[in-house]
Design a protein around this ligand. Sequence first.
Ligand code: MN3
Length: 199
Amino acid sequence: MAFELPVLPYAYDALGPYMSKETLEYHHDKHHQAYVTNGNNLLKDSGLEGKSLEEVVKAAYGKNAGLFNNAGQHYNHIHFWKWMKKGGGGKSIPGAILAKIDSDLGGYDKFKADFIAAGTTQFGSGWAWLSVRDGKLEISKTPNGESPLVHGAHPILGVDVWEHSYYIDYRNARPKYLEAFVDNLINWEYVEQMYAAAR
Ligand code: MN3
């Protein structure tokens, strides 16, 4: 199944001032498009053409680096766009997720601090994650195009900490970008959908 660039689920200027139109235009139209184009070229003759995206990501990990990097980033970005919304973030979190954050992660404030710390301490490019492993929530970080999918867990929230995700709006201030993401952008309804699917 060929990879396709999804349409953004909101207008390019919808996430301002926390993520600008210019950032979304470059990030979605150029960076994500490149992962789709390169991924499709590498998918040809890989033996994985008929597989779902998640299956391609898992099968290519550790075996076909070029395909893994592009398919992994395609998977990550499809969800990243949906993990944000205008007027998102903060503590208006669906009850089931909030209860799990309390029981598994020590409450919202600790979740927020630990999630931001994961993104801040990811050296170089990568992602910070909230995922489900064996029924419990956990926070983690991964380099480059990796995700918890290839480490035995189900991602339900991720934030891109590649410089292309924040440099136009925040320059080198990655922690400020992460704080704005948590306080103003997270689409918790989509997180809850992925949580329900991961259970
Ligand atoms: Mn990116």
